[in-house]
Design a protein around this ligand. Structure first.
Ligand SMILES: Cc1cc2nc3c(=O)[nH]c(=O)nc-3n(C[C@H](O)[C@H](O)[C@H](O)COP(=O)(O)O)c2cc1C
Length: 234
């Protein structure tokens, strides 16, 4: 429980409560094994598939498909949040969300988006830059049907990103929906909910190395549909 004293310390920025670790001295030695141009697959999606397979099987990651999605509004003001990657193939990277949420409102004004997979236990990150397009209603519906009943109701109950007055308001909305659509009954796909497919324009594969001499290889889309690979300084 946070008591009043705690909060006061945090607000006044007094040391002690707020700085239990010496962050400046926290660092890890990264692996020797690197990433070379010769190691790379022909396309960033094929390379992503290789790394994702490793992240999912040997990465010791709680949710390897968790990614940070960054958007910016029409004035260029950025915001980030974690979402789950639900599918990927040569057409792009797909996640699902509420179309009234802040991220979706940003994307309606400015479709440029960045996805970041923070695979820290493997000293890896993948950064996708691209353009987001809404998935078709059929694709959204097909995915919605695979969600657990409770998550389907949750998608209806939530006015994601809107300010609400109390937790009770949310629980009451859910209870009402649960009564209307008991377990086993088909829940319609909410019209305000669906997917975004991020079509990549550039994908960077970052492998941590010793002495901060990391490998950074970036695929950049070419006019003819192919990919150019660039090495970036760490
Ligand atoms: C591990 C994790 C997974 C999440 N997955 C999703 C998701 O797939 N879709 C989603 O809309 N929100 C997801 N969220 C919640 C988002 O981080 C965020 O709170 C929500 O989408 C509202 O963001 P916005 O107000 O910036 O639009 C997830 C959060 C966490 C921590």
């Amino acid at each position: 429980m946070t008591d009043r004293t705690d909060r006061t310390d945090r607000e006044t920025g007094e040391a002690g409560e707020t700085a239990p670790f010496d962050l400046a001295s926290m660092r890890k030695h990264y692996r020797e094994e690197g990433l070379t141009e010769a190691d790379l697959a022909d396309t960033p999606v094929a390379q992503f598939a290789r790394w994702f397979q490793q992240a999912a099987t040997e990465g010791r990651l709680f949710e390897p498909n968790a990614m940070v999605v960054s958007t910016a509004d029409a004035e260029g003001r950025p915001s980030s949040r974690t979402v789950l990657l639900k599918s990927f193939d040569e057409r792009g990277f797909v996640f699902y969300t509420n179309y009234g949420s802040r991220k979706a409102r940003d994307l309606a004004q400015n479709p440029y988006v960045s996805l970041l997979f923070p695979w820290h236990p493997m000293a890896r990150q993948v950064i996708v830059q691209g353009v987001a397009h809404r998935t078709g209603r059929d694709e959204t519906a097909a995915y919605f049907r695979t969600r657990p009943h409770g998550s389907q109701l949750g998608a209806w109950a939530s006015t994601q990103s809107a300010v609400i007055s109390t937790r009770e308001e949310l629980d009451a909305a859910y209870a009402e929906l649960a009564a209307r659509y008991p377990e086993g009954e088909q829940v319609p796909v909410p019209p305000h909910w669906g997917g975004f497919r991020v079509v990549p324009h550039a994908v960077e594969f970052w492998q941590g190395r010793e002495n901060r001499l990391h490998d950074r290889l970036r695929y950049v889309a070419e006019e003819d549909g192919g990919w150019r690979v660039e090495r970036l300084s760490p």
